[in-house]
Ligand binder design. Structure first.
Ligand code: IPM
Ligand code: MG
Length: 370
């Protein structure tokens, strides 16, 4: 039967293709055992696209992403593409997709699974059971604001400029995603900016406050300055449920939060666009880890973040919460059984590579679906 689920896979560079391969096997499993099939197209992005086509992402790839139901992204970048110039850097692939598809809400969970409580550099009693969701605005702020550029002044000095800018609409739509998520979780939302220094932060605080009063009076809303938030995330991370913040602060705070879990190789993310009149939305899913050029091609990478990104894809793009949970549970059980890739290796565990880890997840799924 032809599938109505169109998936664009963009494995990218470094470990991207290796970890994506394990998702392909998982998709085969779903086809066989759950009778769910996907129409998969695959394309090049990042350094791989620079090598083959001279650009980190082509217009045709962007068009394919727009017509797909969901995009599963791997990772881009590596030292061999560092000197291709600012306008040809591999990172432009992901930035272009966010902008062109209007993917404004970047959901970055930081979850400490029980079997990995000792992987954190923080004490187990501080991070045990941690479950935070950071909602980062991803198409605005200083990443995309104008004016921007490097200019040469009359005295020969140069001047680099970027602009932090947010409109009411941009703030409201990302805050709405965060309020909705909070309402389904512990009902607490913390909005983060620098309203003490920046006008864009002041507007952010005013807009989020008004939206909360108007549409989400039952969600407990608090506000925090971004620097304090960084400190609080390390001091007592479990005080947070959902955090909503702008693009740059979200970039920093989500890296910080992910390391509370001690295992970058474990964390997925989703970036969502607006829901259109037919109920569809553009969406892209990617692991938080990068392309890890140092271990690329060695079969050592942890495939779980890519697999868990696929689980998020099932949940948010296809409303397949049950299948998402099945996969998430399988990953936790495999870790609980003592298998570990190098990045989360612990005493008394068995160290395995990418393929064995992917295989173990499938065997666990077999067991659960039996
Ligand atoms: C991220 C990354 C990207 C960003 C880079 C690769 C452009 O750090 O997704 O957090 O800064 O947004
Ligand atoms: Mg980042």
């Amino acid at each position: 039967m032809a599938s109505n689920k169109n998936l664009l896979m963009l494995p990218g560079d470094g470990i991207g293709p290796e970890v994506m391969h394990e998702v392909k096997r998982l998709i085969d499993w779903m086809d066989r055992r759950r009778h769910v099939s996907f129409n998969i197209t695959e394309d090049l992005v990042g350094g791989a696209a620079i090598d083959a086509r001279g650009t980190p992402i082509t217009d045709a790839t962007v068009a394919a992403a727009k017509s797909a139901d969901a995009v599963l992204f791997g990772a881009v970048g590596g030292p061999q593409w560092d000197n291709h110039g600012f306008n040809k850097r591999p990172e432009l692939a992901i930035l272009t997709l966010r902008r062109e598809l209007g993917l404004f809400a970047n959901l970055r969970p930081a979850i400490v699974l029980d079997p990995l409580v000792n992987a954190s550099t923080l004490k187990p009693e501080v991070v045990k059971g941690l479950d935070i969701m950071i909602v980062r605005e991803a198409t605005g702020g200083i990443y995309f604001g104008e004016p921007r550029g490097i200019e040469t002044l009359q005295d020969g000095q140069q001047r680099g400029v970027n602009t932090e800018v947010y409109t009411t609409h941009e703030i409201e739509r990302v805050a709405r995603v965060a309020f909705e998520l909070a309402a389904k979780r512990q009902n607490r939302l913390c909005s983060v900016e620098k309203a003490n220094v920046m006008e864009s932060g002041l507007l952010w605080r005013q807009v989020v406050t008004a939206l909360g009063q108007r549409e989400y009076p039952n969600v407990e809303l608090s506000h925090m300055y971004a620097d304090n938030c960084a400190m609080q995330l390390v001091r007592n991370p479990r005080q947070f449920d959902v955090i909503v913040t702008g693009n740059l602060f979200g970039d920093l705070l989500s890296d910080l939060a992910s390391m509370l879990t001690g295992s970058l190789g474990m964390l997925p993310s989703a970036t969502l666009g607006a829901v259109d009149s037919s109920g569809r939305r553009h969406a892209l899913y990617e692991p938080i880890h990068g392309s890890a050029p140092d271990i690329a091609g060695k079969g050592q990478a942890n495939p779980l973040a890519q697999i868990l990104s696929f689980a998020m894809l099932l949940r948010y793009s296809f409303d397949m919460d049950e299948d998402a949970k099945l996969i998430e549970r399988a990953c936790t059980n495999v870790l609980a059984s003592g298998l570990r890739t190098a990045d989360v290796m612990a005493a008394g565990c068995a160290k395995v590579g990418t393929h064995v880890m992917g295989e173990a997840v499938i065997r666990e799924l077999d067991k659960q679906a039996a």
